[in-house]
Design a protein around this ligand. Structure first.
Ligand code: ZN
Length: 431
């Protein structure tokens, strides 16, 4: 297959030849007839979202591997990493195998994270093609999958023995502001006073938990990755401690100011922060301090979300809107295209050892996204493919892909889907 006249993130105009699912050549000009004439449009490496919750097994009314991965493909995401809080949870061999069966329906490549709970089975998990341990919740008192420091230390040690990264959900529940719970909780859904959630789950809880996770991991040498850092303090603590970190699109583009409109639809963990912190987080993403963007794509139905602030489930969808929102930043000259590429492809691939992903270069997987950099459209929930059929980003402009390819197979083009070709990235050469 030959793609001609494509503009790469570094502004080079090239032809790209694809053979057997890999990039065979990237040159200013290649011989042959074009299968796709990019006609000066941008060609990007497919995005890698290291933090999604595709909900299967157990919660297929919210999302399935089919709907979640279609949403990914339509948003230019060619690799996703699924988190373990499904039912059964991915904490032992049986839980892993059940998820692996369902994940075979994926349109994009994927990794499966193993979870850590008091009754997890590390022996069984590490026998399987595991992506990482994830989102391990170091929390002494609360959190469904929360674990204490001893168990966390044990998990970090075992992960190190298997050269596996530990991805941490960093919020110290002992530092939440319990007095907020005495305030009157009015309304439900978009009418709810959702700012209470942000007041309750304090920025201090994040910073302290990041520091603690890094301290417990100590000098084991195990790689620690902090999921969804939402404050400048949390980012600084991660960077200072030698951990990598991700920022979600909702913490990048939304703040407490948006909760007037979003209500409980904007409830997630960690919560939306004040506008000043959001701006500082944005700066840390723009200047390269933050390693990568991920989505924490965590769909719930609108029925479920339309509850009071203390009852609504936490989480928002985002896998389909991540790249479009970032490409709009590039279109507006606020980020360079190279920065976007690094945040969504090159750095996640390097951080998690995906040796053939994240670049448009000879020998790499032909995971590619083609888009017209001059065309932004308004984000509209009805046009998205997530099963939950809503988005917290409605009305914002996004630059959506025209075509998405996974290892040389077109999985999405102009609203139509190809075949479900996704496979486990750890089952193929470990990469
Ligand atoms: Zn998550």
């Amino acid at each position: 297959m030959l793609i001609t006249n494509a503009v790469l993130p570094d502004d080079r105009e090239v032809d790209v030849r694809i053979e057997d699912g890999r990039i065979a050549a990237v040159e200013p000009s290649l011989d042959g007839t074009a299968d796709i004439d990019a006609d000066g449009k941008r060609l990007f490496p497919g995005a890698i979202d290291v933090h999604v919750h595709f909900r299967q097994p157990g919660f297929s009314h919210k999302e399935t591997w089919e709907t979640g991965s279609k949403s990914a493909a339509a948003g230019g995401v060619t690799t996703v990493v699924d988190q373990p809080n499904t039912d059964p949870a991915t904490t032992d061999g049986e839980g892993f195998d059940r998820k692996a069966e369902l994940a075979a329906a994926s349109y994009v490549d994927y990794g499966i994270n193993g979870g850590v709970t008091a009754d997890w089975s590390p022996e069984e998990l590490f026998e399987r093609p595991l992506f990482a341990l994830g989102e391990v919740f170091l929390a002494d008192s609360t959190g469904e999958m929360g674990i204490d420091a001893d168990l966390f230390a044990d998990a970090v040690e075992r992960a190190g023995e298997h050269d596996t990264t530990v991805t941490v959900h960093a919020e110290d529940a002992t530092l939440f502001d319990e007095s907020v719970k005495d305030m009157p909780a009015v309304g439900a859904g978009t009418d709810a006073n959702a700012d209470l959630w942000s007041a309750f789950r304090t920025p201090e809880a994040e910073e302290a938990a990041v520091e603690r996770a890094i301290e417990v991991a100590g000098d084991t040498g195990t790689d620690v990755h902090i999921a969804h850092t939402s404050t400048p303090e949390g980012i600084e603590a991660a960077v200072d401690g030698g951990a990598t970190c991700e920022v979600t699109t909702h913490h990048l583009f939304l703040s407490r100011d948006d909760l007037d409109d979003l209500g409980t639809h904007g409830r997630m963990n960690p919560p939306l922060r004040d506008e000043e912190r959001r701006r500082d987080v944005y700066e840390a993403v723009a200047d390269g301090t933050v390693d990568m963007i991920a989505t924490d794509h965590a769909p719930h139905t609108l029925d479920e979300k339309d509850a009071g602030i203390w009852d609504a489930p936490s989480g928002v969808p985002g896998v389909e809107t991540m790249l479009p929102l970032l490409l709009e930043e590039a279109r507006q000259d606020r980020f360079s295209y190279e920065r976007v590429r690094d945040l969504i492809a090159t750095t996640p691939a390097e951080t998690f050892g995906l040796a053939r992903k994240g670049r448009i270069k000879e020998g790499y997987d032909a995971d590619l996204v083609l888009f017209d950099p001059t065309e932004a459209t308004e984000i509209d929930a009805e046009a998205l493919h997530t099963k939950c059929q809503w988005t917290p980003f409605a009305g914002l402009p996004g630059v959506f892909p025209e075509l998405t390819m996974v290892r040389g197979e077109v999985v999405y083009q102009d609203g139509e889907f190809g075949d479900a070709v996704g496979r486990n990235v750890r089952e193929h050469g470990g990469q």
